[in-house]
Design a protein around this ligand. Structure first.
Ligand SMILES: C[S@@+](CC[C@H](N)C(=O)[O-])C[C@H]1O[C@@H](n2cnc3c(N)ncnc32)[C@H](O)[C@@H]1O
Length: 261
């Protein structure tokens, strides 16, 4: 508790000074802030605390009321690629703590606050809990890869087709590269498979993947169902992270095979 309060103090009092310089400067980096209370903490905690204090997106998220810095990855991607629009139906997979859903609900008018625009529908799914977000239907404690969860999502959709599927899902890393990579591939292919059965023609799938050698194959698989695949690495994604995002756009739809053919 005491540690949490201390961290909070450091982030709110010291980081603004760092952030003010850093977010508005592209030519030079500020000096790294080293927290003064690292004594007795594990190396991992020390690194985490130092990184948090020096990360401009962490403070920006706090001041703009986003639950996580990852909000800025989606904001950046959507500002450039124009995926989200008012009135859309969006599924946010791996949504906890909820910052992507916070972004989505504003952009698709999921809470109906803009009476001049169509109201969207946002469904957020995660293995763990998600605190309520106005305008978001939450499917908590649910494994997206399970058929039960996917049936539950279809119940919420109540026959509506989906415009956009987002997946920021990531497995808990074990540290064993091959194992972790297989785990994220399972999540990626679950999202791809689900998208084929639920997207509208012209719809979009945006998902996270780690570098690991199978990206080309994933892109080829996607191109059977989507007209275009774009790789993106937003600035808000840490440069030392192997994560990147793929946008599969213009879903071709499923052409039904006539009976007896
Ligand atoms: C990086 S976090 C997502 C952060 C979120 N986009 C945000 O902005 O708040 C990854 C999430 O994926 C979830 N996840 C991992 N495997 C999952 C699965 N099989 N089904 C549903 N969610 C999963 C984790 O529980 C975790 O909350």
């Amino acid at each position: 508790m005491f540690f949490a309060l201390k961290v909070d103090f450091l982030i709110t009092k010291i980081q603004p000074l760092v952030t003010r310089q850093y977010l508005h400067t592209t030519t030079s980096c500020p000096k790294k802030v080293v927290p003064s209370n690292l004594k007795g903490k594990s190396k991992g905690s020390q690194e985490w605390l130092t990184r948090q204090l020096n990360d401009p997106y962490v403070l920006k998220a706090r001041t703009e009321n986003y639950r996580a810095r990852s909000a800025y990855k989606l904001i950046e991607i959507d500002d450039k690629h124009k995926i989200l629009r008012p009135g859309q139906v969006v599924i946010d997979c791996g949504a906890s703590p909820g910052s992507w859903s916070q972004v989505v609900v504003k952009r698709v008018n999921g809470d109906g606050k803009d009476v001049n625009q169509r109201k969207g529908l946002v469904v957020a799914v995660d293995l763990i809990g998600i605190y309520p977000i106005d305008g978001v239907t939450i499917v908590p404690n649910s494994d997206f890869t399970s058929k039960n969860t996917q049936n539950l999502i279809h119940q919420v959709l109540d026959g509506r087709k989906v415009d956009v599927i987002l997946s920021d899902m990531a497995p808990n890393a074990s540290g064993v590269h091959d194992l972790d990579y297989e785990s994220i591939l399972t999540l990626v292919y679950a999202a791809i498979e689900f998208s084929i059965g639920s997207l509208k023609r012209g719809g979009t799938l945006l998902f996270k993947i780690w570098e690991g050698g199978r990206e080309k194959q994933i892109e080829q698989d996607l191109l059977q169902f989507y007209e275009k695949v774009t790789r993106v690495k937003p600035n808000a994604s840490r440069s030392d992270s192997s994560e990147k995002f793929l946008i599969a756009s213009k879903f071709k739809g499923i052409t039904s095979v006539p009976p007896n053919v």
